[in-house]
Structure formats: structure tokens, C-alpha cells
Design a protein around this ligand. Structure first.
Ligand code: HAM
Length: 428
């Protein structure tokens, strides 16, 4: 495809794509804080960071997330590369992490591998509050653990992470989806129930899904379908003994650890790879898109993607939704602002700022000289603690006038004593 620009047309502003956002200063800092908190908390549980590509072969997502899911059938950014290979911008991180794990043959060196990843994901959904087309996830995966303790520990880690971010009023919802052994009988019970409904009471997608993948009908967003499935048989009544025991063992650890949860038998999640434990963290404070995090166990996925028969489980948090719930944080300011009052002071001001940065202080120097009033206004705008004034007098004497913008106090000192002075006053 040629990239066309028409020079005879007047230039119009190029705007960002719908559903994609820019993150400036304080917002970006909040995202960094979320990532750093995750890094710190997850490392206490033995997780290592993994960065996988944003672009993967389309087949990876079709085979793992499932052809019938909304994500794969309607929401992926898919295109052919220059050699005609179908590629997709990752709609989630789990598939890529599992692909990387298989490709690296990590099971040979790590009986249990724990990875976390952060970064942008892409889904062509209808943008609304808390729902973007490019959004960011913090994602954690455990590969190689089948024991219920792993499910419980993962949820405890998620809870700790949310707690350390200062999030209040979030709720854990949990369910078990059974396994490859007990799911077929449940599917049949669900199909029988759905077959008993009026033939036009389900949306056309669900008419099809009820044969190919009936669990997906329980997750349909169409209000009429939601209404119809309210009386559907529950998976919890169809779990086999092993799945039931696994689920009770997970809940027993959570109970003992004091993590509050609700069992939601309708929680089937929007991706096909789940088996046994599934969970979501929801908030009543962020509108219709209330799921802050979601995850669960996916024991068949590694094998399904061509790897060894290794169990897996994980979760992802949506950073845009976490962001809406973060407590206000203090705006971070500068330690100093150098107010250059005459052009001849510019060079000295620059060098003074460099010396202070070398000593570890954060600050800026005005590029142009200006009046004292305008420079002080700028120092306040930048939320600087000290305004360092350099005029002709100061230049001649090798001094600097220091105004503490917190207390209003002003002092004249030798430029050589400046770093010591700031040190003494910023640590008290
Ligand atoms: P998910 O439920 O599709 O699961 O997404 C996890 C979280 O990502 C959601 O709870 C939500 O907070 C956020 N999210 C999803 N879509 C959007 C969007 N369009 N805009 C803003 N936020 C969004 C997964 O992605 C699984 N890979 C989680 C997982 C990891 N399961 C096992 N391991």
C-alpha cells in the first residue's frame, strides 16, 4: 500500500486513533508506580519479569483464546505482513508468555516458572469509560504447578498488590469451571437447557455457540441472552470429585488467610483456555467496566500450543481501571529552579544547575532571562522548593540569593555552599 500525502491539500491536525490514549506527566508517573509496585510485590513471591513481543502470529491467539470468543472473532487487530503472514497485535499476554515458555524449553530448567509482564494490549472494542482499544495490563503467570496452593497464592499475591497500591473496596469473585473430564457432561446439560428455550430467544452468535461452545453463551453481553441464561444449570453442580476437592482446597487457604471472596457460579470468563479455578476482582466505583483484574487456571494450554503437559495459571490487571481507583498522590515537584535575571547570568545558571544535579537534586534552569516576578511565578508553577536567583550583584560576588518557597525565607550565600545548604534544608 502506498503512503499518500497530497501536497496541494492544506495540512490538518493528525489526531490520535479512537480508543488510544496519550499519557502525560502525572498520569504516566502513576502507571510507572503501578508497574514498580507490581515488580516489588511479585518479586517477593519469586516472579521474574518477561517481556514478550507485542506482535505475534494470529494462530497463537486463535488456538489459545478460542475462535468463538469475542476477542478472537471480533476484536483483534490482525493484518498480513509484507510476505502475506497473518499477524496480530496481542489482545492479552498469556498466549505470548506460554509461547515463549515453550520456545525456551523452560520446563527443563524450572519445575515451576513464574513470570510477570506489563505492557500495552489491543482489542477492537467499543471505547467507553474504562475500556480502550489500546489498554495496559500487569500480568502474572505460574507454569508447572497443579496444586491448589498455587491458585490460592496467586490470589493472595494479587490481593497484596492491590492493597499496596492503596485500593479499597474491591471484591474477589471466584468460580470453578471444571476440567476436560467433567466439562463435557456439563456442556450437554447446558445444551439441553438452551435447546429448551424459544428458538429466537438467543442472539445469532449464541444460536451457533450453543452447539460449538455452550459455555460462551453464559458470557454473552446481549441483554436478552443474559436474561435467558439466568436459570441455566450451574457448573458447580457438575464438577467431578477431583475438581470439587481442588476448589475446596483453594477456598480453604483463602479462608485461613482471611481473603474475603464471593462464589459466582456464572463467572465463566471471556477466554476459552480456563479450567478449574477462575476469578475476577471487581469494583463498584468505576462504572459498567467493573472488572479490575481477572484470571484463572489453564491446565491444557501449554500442551494445546504444542508444549509439554504442564499446568498453568495466572491473572491480569487492567491498568486503566486500577488508575481510576488509585488514591490521589502528591504532585512531585522540583528541588530548585534557577531564576536567571540577566542574560549574562545564563551560563553560570546552567552550570550551577548541573552541579546541583550532580549532587542528586532535581531542578531546572530558565533558558532565557526574565523579570524576578515572572521567574518566581515559573518556580511556583513547577512546584520548586527553592528559587535560586542570579542577577548582576550575585554574578559579581559569586553568590546566589536563595528563596525557600515553602517558608518564604530568603538568604544570600556563596555559590560554593549551595549544595550543602539545599541538602540541609531538603532533609529537614
Ligand atoms: P481479561 O479478563 O480479558 O483476561 O483481561 C484482564 C483485565 O484487563 C480485565 O479485568 C480488565 O481490567 C482489563 N481489560 C480487558 N480489556 C480491556 C479494555 N478493552 N480496556 C481496558 N481494560 C481492559 C486476560 O486478558 C487474561 N490473559 C488474564 C489471565 C492471565 N488469565 C490467566 N493469566
Amino acid at each position: 500500500m502506498a503512503i499518500v500525502s497530497n501536497p496541494s491539500k492544506p495540512m490538518s491536525n493528525i489526531q490520535k486513533i479512537k480508543g488510544f490514549n496519550d499519557l502525560f506527566g502525572a498520569d504516566s508517573a502513576a502507571y510507572t508506580r503501578m508497574e514498580n509496585t507490581a515488580r516489588e510485590v511479585f518479586s517477593r513471591y519469586g516472579f521474574e519479569e518477561l517481556r514478550t513481543p507485542i506482535l505475534e502470529r494470529t494462530e497463537l491467539f486463535a488456538r489459545s483464546i478460542g475462535e468463538e470468543t469475542d476477542v478472537v472473532s471480533k476484536e483483534m487487530y490482525t493484518f498480513d505482513d509484507r510476505k502475506g503472514r497473518s499477524l496480530t497485535l496481542r489482545p492479552e499476554a498469556t498466549a505470548g508468555v506460554v509461547r515463549a515458555y515453550i520456545e525456551a524449553k523452560a520446563e527443563q530448567t524450572k519445575p515451576v516458572a513464574k513470570y510477570f509482564t506489563t505492557g500495552p494490549m489491543f482489542r477492537y472494542e467499543r471505547p467507553q469509560k474504562g475500556r480502550q482499544r489500546q489498554f495496559h495490563q500487569i500480568n502474572a503467570e505460574i507454569l508447572g504447578a497443579s496444586e491448589p496452593g498455587a491458585d490460592a497464592e496467586l490470589m493472595l499475591m494479587l490481593h497484596r498488590f492491590l492493597n499496596e497500591l492503596g485500593l479499597k473496596n474491591v471484591r474477589f469473585e471466584i468460580n470453578s469451571l471444571g476440567c476436560a473430564e467433567c466439562r463435557p457432561a456439563y456442556h450437554q446439560a447446558l445444551r439441553d437447557y438452551l435447546d429448551g428455550l424459544d428458538s429466537d430467544s438467543l442472539c445469532p452468535d449464541c444460536q451457533r455457540r450453543k452447539e460449538s461452545n455452550p459455555l460462551r453463551v453464559l458470557d454473552c453481553k446481549v441483554p436478552a441472552c443474559k436474561e435467558q441464561v439466568a436459570g441455566a444449570p450451574k457448573i458447580s453442580d457438575h464438577l467431578d470429585d477431583a475438581c470439587r476437592e481442588h476448589f475446596s482446597a483453594v477456598l480453604a487457604v483463602l479462608d485461613e488467610a482471611g481473603l474475603a471472596y464471593e462464589i459466582n457460579p456464572m463467572l465463566v470468563r471471556g477466554l476459552d483456555y480456563y479450567q478449574r479455578t477462575t476469578f475476577e476482582v471487581v469494583s463498584g466505583e468505576i462504572g459498567a467496566q467493573s472488572a479490575v483484574a481477572g484470571g484463572g487456571r489453564y491446565d491444557g494450554l501449554v500442551k494445546g500450543l504444542g508444549g509439554p503437559a504442564v499446568p498453568g495459571l495466572g491473572f491480569a490487571c487492567g491498568m486503566e481501571r486500577l488508575f481510576m481507583l488509585l488514591p490521589e498522590s502528591e504532585p512531585s515537584g522540583l528541588d530548585f529552579y534557577v531564576a536567571v535575571l540577566v542574560p549574562e547570568a545564563s551560563r553560570r545558571g546552567m552550570l550551577m544547575a548541573e552541579e546541583l544535579r550532580a549532587a542528586g537534586f532535581r531542578g531546572e534552569c530558565a533558558y532565557a532571562s526574565g523579570s524576578l516576578k515572572s521567574r518566581l511565578r515559573q518556580a511556583n508553577r513547577l512546584n520548586a522548593r527553592f528559587c535560586l536567583m542570579l542577577g548582576p550583584d550575585e554574578l559579581a560576588k559569586g553568590t546566589v540569593t536563595v528563596k525557600d518557597l515553602a517558608s518564604g525565607e530568603q538568604a544570600s550565600l556563596a555559590q560554593a555552599d549551595l549544595a550543602d545548604h539545599l541538602h540541609k534544608h531538603t532533609t529537614t
